[in-house]
Design a protein around this ligand. Structure first.
Ligand code: CA
Length: 233
């Protein structure tokens, strides 16, 4: 968060090549009190994020030059930041969910501006809530979780997780062995209840966490949900 005129300002970067859409989204988000910067292609978006360090990124998937997937990877590599992906087709949504590219949420076009604002606010709530210094470090088997630094290590090695992946692991690790349903995780980690495709969002993030931290860290309980499986000390 940047300080402008003594008040904390939340900065959002919009990466969208359709200028009419980008302009309308920027106007709406500015009207909601956010500082907004716009880029019209993937590379410019990555560079803009490097330069200003936004609190959140709204990223279109179909972009000239590097596409939204690659832009998302590069933005997240630089610095973990919540990313809301915009997709044009259900097929693209499937791709995002399937690839687990590190987006924290996605909206399929066409969407209402109100919906966009609601998703943006939910994502920001989650990243701000997780910044609260409430939690102590957790050590479980080869995994250590430091909530204040938002760092996860495996065998002492720092592992890069997106903000949502971190929140998911941390939420589960706070109560090891306890099974959380997908709906419960959507509400507690994502901050909203979404009737459609929500379960797939959880599944894709679980898959990403397993790729990064090992297949045994999160246990699937068929028909119910997931539990943190690493042993506590
Ligand atoms: Ca586009």
């Amino acid at each position: 968060m940047a300080l402008v005129h003594g008040a904390p300002t939340t900065t959002i970067v919009i990466v969208e090549d359709e200028e009419a859409i980008a302009g309308a989204l920027a106007a709406r988000l500015r009207a909601e009190g956010f500082a907004v910067e716009v880029a019209h292609d993937g590379l410019a978006g990555v560079q803009l994020c490097e330069r200003i360090g936004p609190d959140l990124v709204v990223l279109d998937v179909m972009l000239p030059g590097i596409d939204g997937h690659e832009a998302c990877r590069r933005i997240q590599r630089e610095r973990p930041v919540p990313v809301l992906m915009l997709t044009a087709l259900d097929a693209e949504t499937d791709l995002i969910v399937g690839l687990g590219v590190g987006a924290d949420d996605y909206l399929t076009k066409p969407f209402s501006q109100r919906e966009l604002v609601a998703r943006v606010r939910a994502l920001l709530r989650r990243s701000q809530r997780s910044a609260e210094p409430s939690a102590r470090p957790i050590a479980a088997g080869s995994i250590t979780i430091d909530p204040e630094r938002r760092e996860v290590r495996r065998d002492g090695e720092l592992v890069h997780l997106t903000p949502t992946e971190f929140d998911l692991v941390h939420r589960l690790a706070l109560r090891p062995g306890i099974v959380f349903s997908r709906e419960q995780l959507l509400e507690e980690v994502w901050g909203y209840l979404d009737g459609t495709a929500g379960g797939r969002t959880v599944d894709s993030h679980v898959a990403a966490v397993r790729r990064k931290l090992g297949p045994d860290v999160l246990r699937t309980v068929q028909g119910i949900g997931y539990a943190f499986a690493a042993r506590g000390e």
